[in-house]
Structures are given as structure tokens and as C-alpha cells.
Design a protein around this ligand. Structure first.
Ligand code: PHB
Length: 390
């Protein structure tokens, strides 16, 4: 039994290794897009899928003499499924690039396969700092949590917030959000009264928020993954914490554009830090938001959509640069160092770290044209992931 298992592992490794060089001989360039299209994180999949489609609709689906084919797979945010789908896409479909990855554990489950098969893996959503170190084939177009966490930890103490309780989802990005906020906030003279971690699946925020209330901080600092913010804010308001003078701050994931519209006026004035807001004032963004809403029945794009849109751009430009003849290594090289204007603002892919470098904005929830938006009022330029300096 053991021997058999070992043998099948060897066979898989060999198959994966050869898959990387035996690209589809036809004129198709294949992108294996793995996303959570069902389950609790389906909003991430929906946003990214829509953004990838929009990018190709706007820019054409041929480049470098090849027709671009996106093969979409639903992993329902289960790491074993992501891994199995990635393997099938590499071995059977012979995809040129893997993309998507809605959550950190899904990216980590796939990274070794990218390495073995020398397939570039474009991470469009997951945001734990260390993902880019999991494989030299990872290129990230989403963000890294420490970028946002440090920015709000600098803003808060200058704005009357001296005592904070942190409340994060208990997995990679939450741990990063907690650590980088705490270290910087403490360095700035603030005090973290407690660090609370909530389960990722089926979280019940009530007991944690009660704990926050009892500790009476100036603010609760929150990280929850995209889509989960509405539940936190609802319970925060229901417990009267806003009225009790406890502010809610966080990384922009909590007031995500996708759900902000429905979160209600109690979010007015909430300050968060992030790399993207649908209200970002630039011609590129206004065009992006209008086209996205038009193509998706009025759905507002969030930061996940932008990670997908920019990720597709990075892939298509690499295909162009390699004239449709590139191996995985050639494509990877052509992705490194790309610099362009995204709907989020200026960004580039750091050639050394393969991670995104972009502005982080401090934003406040305000009404514009009768709708709630994260309105940017301060900019920290060209932020590299502070997590890489370790
Ligand atoms: C992650 O799993 O890395 C992740 C998911 C959702 C977010 C941020 C990070 O909003």
C-alpha cells in the first residue's frame, strides 16, 4: 500500500514536470481559473470571474497570435479540491497559466504544483504575506494584508484612538492583519488591550463583540474576509457599540464595496485602509466601474474584481511579450516588473518578490449620489509588503 502510494506520487511528479514544457500545440493559450463559485465565499468568485470576462471583452481574447481560453473551475473554497483541479488543469488541459485563488489555504494547497510543473500561478485574491514565498511561480495582483494593516495603525493614534481591541478571522490573513497592526500601533504609542480571533467558518461574532464592549477600547480593529463584514457590523450596531463610543476601524475588507451598499447608514464615518475603492477618483477607475456595473446588472466591483482584472492584464501582457511562444519560465519573466495604471491607481509587480506594489488609501464611509462608498482622503504611495522585510 505504502509503496503504491509512493509510486503514484512519483508518477504525478513526473507528469507534472513534463506538462510544463509540452504546451498545447494548437493556437490556444489556456488559463486555468480556479475560484470559489459556490459556498460562503462565492462573492469572491463571482467578482473575479466577472472582472476576467470584462478584461477580455474590452481588450480582445487574442494576443501573441493565440486565442485565450479561460477554463473556470469551482473549488467551493476547499483546499483539497483546489489542488485536485489544479492538477487536472496542468496534466489534462495543459494550461499555460493558473489563476484565481480566493482564499489563502487554497493558494498554499496549489503552490507546490506550480513549482513542479513550472506553471505561473497568478494569485488574484488571497492576501497572506507569505503566499509569494510558497512558490517562485506565484505572482500576486491582489494585495498583502500587512500593507493595509500598517497604514491604519499609523492613522489611528494620530486621530484620538489610543486603546484598541483587535478582532480577526483565525487564519493566515487575519494573523497577518493582527500582527502587523499590533506591532505598528504599539510602536506608535498605542495600547492593544486584547487580540481576539474568530473561526473562519460559520463565525458567531456575538461573544467576541461582547468581550470588546466589556474592555471599553477607543476602537475595535477588524479583519474579516471579503463578504463577512456585513455580519460583524450588524452585530456591532445591535450591541450599541457605536453609541457607546467604540469606533470600528479595520482593513477595507470589512466595508467591502460588494456589500457596503446594503450595510446601512450605521457605517457612515467608518475609517479603513485599503488599496481599492469603487469611489477611487480616476478616469481609468470610472470607466472600469461603469463597464463592470453595466455588464453585471448593476453589481459594484470590489477589490476582488480589481485583483482579477489586473491579473488578467498581467497574463495577457506576458503572452504578448513572449509572442505566444513562451514557456512557463518565459511567461513568469514577462510578468515580473510589469508597471501600469490599474483602476486602484498606479501599481507594479516587484520583480524580486513577484508581489504587488501599490498605493494604500485611508478611506471614510460617506454617501455619494445617495449611496454608501469608501471615500479616499489620504494616500500612502507605492507601498511594498512590510511582511517581506522580515
Ligand atoms: C485570504 O484568504 O487571503 C483573504 C480572503 C479574503 C480577504 C482577504 C484575504 O478579504
Amino acid at each position: 500500500m505504502k509503496k503504491r502510494l509512493f509510486l503514484s506520487t512519483v508518477v504525478t511528479a513526473v507528469t507534472l514536470a513534463s506538462a510544463g514544457v509540452s504546451f498545447a500545440q494548437d493556437n490556444t493559450f489556456k488559463v486555468g481559473l480556479i475560484l470559489p463559485m459556490t459556498g460562503p465565499f462565492a462573492s469572491t468568485g463571482k467578482q473575479i470571474d466577472a472582472a476576467v470576462k470584462l478584461y477580455l471583452a474590452q481588450n480582445g481574447d487574442t494576443a501573441g497570435g493565440k486565442k485565450i481560453q479561460v477554463i473556470l473551475k469551482d473549488d467551493a473554497s476547499t483546499p483539497d479540491t483546489t489542488k485536485r483541479l489544479a492538477q487536472e488543469l496542468i496534466v489534462n488541459d495543459k494550461v499555460n497559466v493558473l489563476a484565481g485563488f480566493g482564499l489563502t489555504p487554497l493558494a498554499f494547497a496549489t503552490a507546490p504544483l506550480a513549482t513542479q510543473s513550472k506553471t505561473p500561478m497568478v494569485v488574484m485574491a488571497a492576501a497572506t504575506s507569505s503566499i509569494t514565498q510558497a512558490s517562485p511561480y506565484v505572482v500576486r495582483t491582489s494585495f498583502a494584508l500587512p500593507q493595509a494593516a500598517v497604514a491604519i495603525a499609523d492613522w489611528a493614534p494620530k486621530n484620538g484612538i489610543k486603546k484598541v481591541v483587535t478582532l480577526v478571522s483565525d487564519f493566515g490573513p487575519g494573523i497577518d492583519a493582527e500582527k502587523f497592526f499590533k506591532d505598528r500601533f504599539t510602536f506608535n504609542g498605542g495600547v492593544v488591550l486584547d487580540t481576539l480571533r474568530v473561526p473562519v467558518r460559520n463565525p458567531d461574532f456575538a461573544p467576541f463583540l461582547q468581550k470588546v464592549r466589556d474592555l471599553k477600547p477607543d476602537a475595535v480593529y477588524v479583519f474579516v474576509p471579503s463578504g463577512a463584514g456585513a455580519a460583524v457590523v450588524k452585530q456591532y450596531v445591535e450591541r450599541g457599540m457605536d453609541k457607546a463610543g467604540i469606533k470600528l476601524i479595520g482593513t477595507g475588507d470589512v466595508t467591502d464595496d460588494d456589500i457596503l451598499v446594503g450595510m446601512g447608514d450605521s457605517t457612515l464615518g467608518m475609517v479603513t485602509s485599503h488599496h481599492y475603492s469603487a469611489a477611487h477618483k480616476s478616469a481609468v477607475n470610472q470607466k472600469f466601474v461603469a463597464a463592470f456595473e453595466k455588464a453585471n446588472g448593476g453589481l459594484r466591483p470590489n477589490f476582488m474584481a480589481v485583483g482579477g482584472y489586473d491579473g488578467m492584464r498581467v497574463i495577457v501582457e506576458a503572452l504578448k511579450a513572449t509572442k505566444g511562444k513562451g514557456t512557463g519560465d518565459d511567461l513568469l519573466a514577462a510578468m515580473k516588473g510589469q508597471i501600469f495604471e490599474s483602476p486602484r491607481g498606479p501599481m507594479f509587480i516587484d520583480a524580486q518578490t513577484r508581489d504587488v506594489v501599490h498605493n494604500i488609501y485611508i478611506r471614510k464611509v460617506e454617501k455619494q449620489n445617495g449611496q454608501l462608498y469608501n471615500v479616499e482622503f489620504d494616500t500612502i504611495k507605492d507601498v511594498k509588503d512590510p511582511g517581506k522585510a522580515k
